[in-house]
Design a protein around this ligand. Structure first.
Ligand code: SF4
Length: 207
């Protein structure tokens, strides 16, 4: 593996696709803060020395035996929505080559703001699941935790979760277990009752 250019990597039975370093957030718990001392699950350096082209992403995925993985997960060491057009192209190529793995995207849910358009229809027929970081139960707490560089990120994220569910069979929303229990329960209410998504409390991954 070329140092600083890990496009695909295995974790937990899935194949992850590292598409970008770019992110419009600076979350307190982000793994990007933990990359210096090593020893985490991220044994590769996921900080890309440059963004892979869509052809390089496709080549890296197709060099793997996709039957070995439960899911193909588009993520990034940043926010994958920056690459939505290229990711859709890659998925279309996989389909054209007769490959139909279960496909998920992990996102902060601000892809429509990032791209300046409604990207939700792009998910139809391409993604089986979208996992969105809900993170906290109010915009104020969310902003303090995630430090979004865009205005209205919290509401935009929730609107995205609701809208993308029209195009994707499963939408999951997650929080990290470092927030207080009452906030975990308030987030469950937002996720399940307000948005109609599946809820998951994620364990904080230490370095
Ligand atoms: S949205 Fe994800 S990649 Fe971006 S800062 Fe937060 S945890 Fe890190």
């Amino acid at each position: 593996m070329e140092k600083g250019f890990t496009i695909t990597y295995e974790y937990g039975g899935n194949l992850y696709v590292n598409t970008t370093n770019r992110c419009d957030y600076n979350c307190e718990f982000c793994l990007r803060h933990n990359q210096s001392s090593g020893g985490s699950i991220y044994t590769h350096n996921l900080w890309l020395k440059r963004e892979p082209t869509r052809e390089e992403i496709l080549e890296s995925i197709e060099s793997r035996d996709l039957s070995q993985y439960g899911q193909l997960v588009f993520c990034g060491f940043g926010e994958p929505s920056y690459r939505i057009d290229d990711i859709c192209w890659v998925i279309d190529q996989l389909h054209a080559h007769g490959k139909r793995p279960f496909i998920r995207m992990d996102t902060n849910g601000t892809g429509c703001l990032i791209n300046g358009r409604d990207i939700c229809p792009d998910y139809e027929g391409r993604f089986d699941k979208v996992s969105i970081s809900l993170n906290d139960d109010t915009a104020e707490k969310y902003n303090a935790l995630c430090h979004p560089q865009v205005e209205g990120a919290y509401e935009a994220m929730k609107a995205f979760a609701k809208e993308v569910h029209k195009y994707v069979p499963e939408v999951m929303m997650t929080v990290v277990d470092t927030i207080p229990q009452e906030e975990i329960e308030a987030c469950r209410h937002i996720c399940e009752d307000e948005i109609g998504a599946t809820y998951r409390v994620r364990e904080y991954i230490k370095d």
